[in-house]
Design a protein around this ligand. Sequence first.
Ligand code: MC0
Length: 140
Amino acid sequence: MFTRIDHVGIACHNLEEKIALFEQTFELTVVAREINEAQGVKEAMLHIADGDGGGSYIQLLEPLGPDTPVGKFLAKRGEGVHHVAFGVTDVTEAMREIEGKGVRLLDEKPRHGSMGSSIAFLHPKDVGGMLTELVQAQTH
Ligand code: MC0
């Protein structure tokens, strides 16, 4: 079902500081930045490799406010890995297939994600405590 690890999302208080840290430490490059109001985040994608149907990235996430998913996560747990996102060929099909196995979806239909992707989240409590995201990369 999964084609690759699309990205690991890391929650942080200060996006610019963490971009500098990851660029300097791992020699990664920011390839996209976005403010996603619907998800309540300001984010940056740092490219790692190209893969089957899309690339793989580190995604740095700064909340737009305290009452957002990442804002609440930071208050509760502090900085660190917020979610892991897996590449899928067809996000709607993957959602239905996974839901059919009894896993709760956090999105009824796919939403807008980084770099034009279509995304959906799965409830962390149903998949071993890890907030899991499905990503269908934008096709050109
Ligand atoms: C909460 N929980 C987590 C978690 N967030 N577990 C693992 N990883 C996380 N990130 C756990 C809590 O500890 C709690 O467990 C239980 O889930 C319910 O959490 P809560 O604090 O009571 O509830 P909320 O209101 O904080 O909701 C959590 C939930 C929410 C995951 C449902 O954050 C959500 O809908 N997230 C999906 C959207 C999202 O995260 N967007 C931001 C990234 P206990 O044991 O204490 O009951 S957007 C993004 O990344 C886009 C831009 C992209 O990739 O392109």
